[in-house]
Design a protein around this ligand. Structure first.
Ligand code: NI
Length: 136
């Protein structure tokens, strides 16, 4: 769905902030990829370690780095790949696995079932921002 929306936008629209002073759509797409990579990494650490301390990162500073000017398609592929791996991983888990925890720098103690919900909510939130740029 994200790819669907983004592919309807031209370069000017991709470089339009979703709100005044906010990130451009292009930055939001790259942010989703970076967020999902981080979330996937944290999730796997919690699956394999005993309540690991998982750091956050400076997302606004990441958004100013050069790779956030790259074509959106690059991150769309990354997002697809991470989803595909995440779904395979999630399908393999049992009930107890979802009760495993991480100690998140940003959110404190977090269970994996909650982490999955946060992950999905995060992407939906940004999807709505992108839709808003062109009322797609
Ligand atoms: Ni975000």
């Amino acid at each position: 769905m994200l790819r669907n929306f983004v592919e309807q936008l031209n370069d000017d629209e991709l470089d339009t902030p979703y709100r005044a002073g906010g990130w451009t759509v292009r930055q939001v797409v790259h942010h989703i990829a970076d967020n999902n990579m981080n979330a996937y990494f944290r999730f796997k650490r919690a699956l394999t370690e005993d309540c690991p301390l998982v750091p956050s990162y400076q997302q606004d500073k990441w958004a100013d780095l050069a790779d956030y000017m790259m074509p959106a398609n690059c991150s769309l592929s990354l997002i697809d790949a991470i989803y595909s791996r995440f779904v395979t991983l999630l399908k393999s888990l049992n009930h107890e696995d979802f009760h495993r925890t991480m100690n998140s720098e940003a959110f404190g103690m977090l269970r994996l079932d909650t982490a999955v919900q946060r992950f999905l909510r995060h992407d939906r939130h940004h999807l709505e921002q992108i839709r808003g740029v062109k009322q797609i």
